[in-house]
Design a protein around this ligand. Sequence first.
Ligand SMILES: [Zn+2]
Length: 428
Amino acid sequence: MISIAFSLLINTSAYGYATNFDYATTAKWSNNLNFMICIANGQGKEYEGLFLKAVDEWKSKWPHFAYTVSYASGCHINVNIVKTHSMLADHGYVGFTTLEYWQHGAITKADIILPTHKKTTVTTEVKGKTVTEEYLTPLSSTLFYRAALHEFGHALNLGHFDDNSEEPIDIMHPYPASEDKEQGISQRDIQALNWYYLGYFGQEVTIRTDKKSYEPGDTVNVIGKVGKVSSAKVAVQVYDSSKKLYRSDAIGITASGTFNYKLKVADEMGGGSYKVKVSYDNIIVDASFDVKNTSETDETLIEVRNEELPLETERTVTILDTWIVDHTGSKAKSIQPYEQVFIRSSLSSSLAERTEVTYIIQIKNLEGYTVQILSGTYDLAIGVSTFSLSWLPTEAERYDIEVFLWKSISDPIPLIPNQIDLKVVVSQ
Ligand SMILES: [Zn+2]
């Protein structure tokens, strides 16, 4: 008999979706997923309620198991709700699950320990002496609930999942998210359970790029496939090396589930590591590629060329994209009157140094009348910068948005050859 222990660590936070997953053991539950759950609760009744709510959340998302609650002992899953536990508190853990199983065989039991308090250590200097004091502080109901979700995931034989860059954070990530971040059961968790106990994935999305590294002028070819076609398009986002959104597109998929996304590597893209993210059916996957900065690598070549070709002509400012952002920071899907939004542009500069610029947004109505001009002065960095201006549309109608970049309002030298036009509809 082997036992394996999983714990949830406090302290570090990491954000994102699950990029891959793992199982706790190679063994499976062989009780037809019909669990007897024993609860031993030395704390308030509300904690037991939170634990059972967590079990029910798993069941609502993955209804392939059943359970009965008992207050006896010796169940399949034994839950012990305690104020604190020496092992947990000393290591900053907020939950602990031990699985007992026959290797390559059956899981026989899962023991979950859920403390309601965590230990906080405060170190102070008193008359030249270091004094360490420990306090027990109650976990918030959100953090206790998340710990219950996480530990029950382990009891179902989920391991820890890697996770990448964005909320909501997968509940099976080894580090709990801070309370202000979204965290919960993801599509990946459900997929893992489907695969392990039912032998299939509900959905699977895979992508790859045709090469690892590209140069300006090359075309990045992203080849992908979805397991089950449920809608006509996949959403593609490309992020630059500073994790700023460089492009966002929606591309069609074939009846067999394949898709192909092509991105021309523009001169102004700048070198570094880029990331393509594809979202489909609540599954997000990503692939990385590098862009070689030829102006850096071919320095000698530029020096030679410099005599005939003034370098200034290669130094340009380009608007990569302009989009509308809602109050949550996401790309706005619809705009309502009297709802503040941000008009945001990502710009690329290959000027010799940081330059102060004036970013101007002109908003015209359908008849072509300018209804508003917004402007702001910003520092345009070398590489990619993002500028935003807030806008409060008042009328439900269609607007044309033009973006200008001037040296300043008083010195209206345009820094970009032509403005970007964006059409937006404000609707009720
Ligand atoms: Zn864990």
